[in-house]
Design a binder for this molecule. Structure first.
Ligand code: 13P
Length: 253
C-alpha cells in the first residue's frame, strides 16, 4: 500500500492570536479533504492550545519546534515533553540547525530530546544536515552519519521506529537554494540505509523527509523522488496559498 506523504510546517517564530485564527480556519476548511497526506503544523509553544482548538476534529495534527531534554525541574524557560503531550501535540522538531547553531546544542542534547519525545509517544522530526563547506568538501555523508550515530550509540537504532528524519542541508534553509531532487534523493537514501540496513532494522513506520527552501515551484519535482516520504516547510508554510499549493502537489503525486 502506498504510504501517505508527510507535510510538516515549521512555522518558526511567526504568527499571532489573530493571524493564526484566520490561518487555522483556512487550514481546517481546506486541508481536511486531502486523503494521501499526513499534515502537521509545528507552531510556537503559546499557540498549541489554539491549534488544538481549531484542528481537534480534523485530520491535521500539530506540535512544537523544540522540547527540553529534561523531564521537569529547575530549567528556567524550558518546556517538557509531558507538557507538549498535554496539548495533544503529535510532532516535535528536534535538532533544527537554527537552534543548534544559535544555542550551541550538542548532538548528545539532541539525542536526549529525541528520546523524551519518543517516551511521551509523540513523533520526533529529527533535523540533520551539512553546511555548504562540508558539502563542498564532499563529507556530507560523514557529517550526517555522525549526527545519527550519537542517537544510535546512546539509545540503539530501534528508537527510530515511529520517527521522522528530516534531511535539511543548512545551506538550503532560508536561502532559496533548495537541494536538487537528485541531491535530496541521494542523501535520503543514505539516511535510510544508515538506519535500516547498517543496523538491520525493519521499521513499519520510519520516514525520511526533505527540508530547505521547499516552495510551490520545486515541490512537484521533489515529490517525484522515491526516497522522500515528504517535506518540512519553513517560509512557504506561513503563506496559506503557497502551503496549499504544495499540499495539492503532494496529494496528486
Ligand atoms: P525554509 O523553507 O524557509 O527554507 O525553511 C526550512 C526549514 O528550516 C524548515 O525546518
Amino acid at each position: 500500500m502506498k504510504k501517505n506523504k508527510i507535510i510538516i510546517a515549521n512555522m518558526k517564530m511567526n504568527g499571532s492570536l489573530s493571524s493564526n485564527e484566520i490561518y487555522l480556519t483556512k487550514i481546517k476548511n481546506n486541508f481536511n479533504n486531502f486523503k494521501n497526506l499526513d499534515i502537521g503544523l509545528c507552531l510556537p509553544y503559546p499557540y498549541l492550545f489554539q491549534a488544538k482548538k481549531f484542528l481537534i476534529n480534523t485530520k491535521i495534527r500539530w506540535g512544537s519546534q523544540n522540547v527540553a531534554k529534561f523531564e521537569n525541574g529547575p530549567y528556567t524557560g524550558e518546556i517538557s515533553a509531558a507538557m507538549l503531550k498535554e496539548f495533544d501535540s503529535k510532532y516535535v522538531i528536534v535538532g533544527h540547525s537554527e537552534r543548534s547553531t544559535a544555542y550551541c546544542e550538542s548532538d548528545e542534547n539532541i539525542a536526549d530530546k529525541f528520546e523524551k519525545v519518543k517516551k511521551y509517544k509523540m513523533t520526533p522530526v529529527l533535523c540533520v544536515g551539512e553546511t555548504l563547506i562540508e558539502r563542498e568538501a564532499g563529507i556530507m555523508e560523514r557529517v550526517i552519519a555522525s549526527q545519527l550515530d550519537v542517537i544510535v550509540k546512546i539509545y540503539g537504532a530501534g528508537i527510530f521506529e515511529n520517527s521522522i528524519v528530516a534531511y535539511e542541508p543548512i545551506w538550503a534553509i532560508g536561502s532559496d537554494m533548495a537541494a536538487t531532487p537528485d541531491q535530496a534523493n541521494k542523501m535520503c537514501n543514505y539516511i535510510k540505509d544508515f538506519i535500516c540496513k547498517e543496523h538491520s532494522c525493519d521499521f513499519k513506520n520510519f520516514n525520511i523527509i526533505y527540508g530547505g527552501s521547499v516552495n510551490p515551484k520545486n515541490a512537484v519535482q521533489l515529490f517525484a523522488s522515491e526516497s522522500l516520504n515528504g517535506v518540512l516547510i519553513g517560509r512557504s508554510s506561513i503563506n496559506f496559498d503557497e502551503f496549499s499549493h504544495i499540499c495539492s502537489a503532494a496529494e496528486n503525486s
